[in-house]
Design a protein around this ligand. Structure first.
Ligand code: 9YT
Length: 130
């Protein structure tokens, strides 16, 4: 069994990946052998993220904050608030936006699992391990 605590075991370690737009605290990684990774991610207030997980499936569950997700294929806008989940089952190209002045806290699951310190490529994807 694997038992970890965000505050004791993740924040401030290699599994805590900070960037200009988000801070991803990676609770479970590929090395944990679960077949998915599990992240507690903060989307910084007022940020627009252009994302396209062409190599991964991702589900995202908002537990704090407010924002929206825009589907790039047709411009559909879905508001996000606490309790909203979205699943990128078609590797959907999208814009994730945290409202001005409001940070969003999201629980994210990636399949295949993220391995460690991935950050986005110029196209908004994470590379697969070689
Ligand atoms: C929701 C989302 O895709 N945010 C970007 C960061 C990513 N989820 C991560 O690595 O935690």
């Amino acid at each position: 069994m694997i038992v970890k605590n965000l505050y004791d075991d993740v924040i401030g370690t290699d599994a805590d990946v900070d960037s200009a737009q988000w801070n991803s605290r990676r609770l479970l990684l590929a090395s944990d052998g679960m077949g998915f990774s599990l992240h507690d991610t903060l989307i910084k207030a007022g940020e627009d993220l252009h994302l396209w997980y062409k190599n991964h499936l991702e589900a995202v569950y908002c537990i704090e904050g407010e924002g929206e997700i825009v589907e790039k294929k047709d411009g559909t806008v879905h508001p996000i608030r606490e309790g909203t989940v979205y699943a990128l089952n078609e590797h959907d190209q999208h814009i994730l936006r945290a409202n001005k002045g409001v940070q969003m806290r999201m629980v994210c699951v990636f399949n295949p699992p993220v391995t460690g310190r991935e950050v986005h490529d110029e196209d908004g994807s994470y590379k697969l391990p070689e």
